[in-house]
Design a protein around this ligand. Sequence first.
Ligand code: HQG
Length: 181
Amino acid sequence: MLNKKEQMSVSKFMSLILRHKTKDFGLESDSYGFVLIKDLLKILKRRFPEITQSEIESVVKNCPKKRFEIKGKRIRARYGHSLKIDLDAKPIKPPQFLYHGTSPSFVQKIKREGLKPMRRQYVHLSKTIEEAIEVGKRKSNYTIVLKIFAYKAFEKGIQFYDMGEVVLAESIPQEFLKILA
Ligand code: HQG
């Protein structure tokens, strides 16, 4: 059995493989980013020799951010990809506001050109200010929170995809952004 800390390491390693490096690890993915769980298990066993398929399943089930999705014998990451995959997600009508936590060093550029996906396929947005602060903390001690006028952007044709705690969009033009602090 994996302890909590090991589960977190497995989850991080799975994110790395499934979001960014399936091919580099010799895995074959379909166009939706799914790989066979048994193939992923073989890769994980190199780093976590005792891991079993049911432990992968419990990492997926216990992940509060719903980072992964299992469909039959296959598994994929639900967001965060740099790999060009088809997420096959249905656009949603977003709430009035969404949020994005970022580093002060990016703010001037974001003000000029809006939010871009940078290395990933989508821009990642949060449903609450608190969650946006958590996201921003990964980048710097002091987080800048941007308020996104999501519904207005939606009305102007920007598409949003609900991934649970995370909402995705292809980009957010600067006119739909306000810097909170
Ligand atoms: C910034 C984690 C300059 C953007 C998190 C961000 C999230 C710009 C950085 C998910 C820009 C990209 C994704 C522009 C955006 N000029 N900088 N025009 N537009 N940026 O890591 O959103 O825990 O790719 O503000 O919680 O930080 O891994 O994106 O700071 O949900 O599941 O460019 O990853 O989820 O950084 O994080 P990232 P993110 P997990």
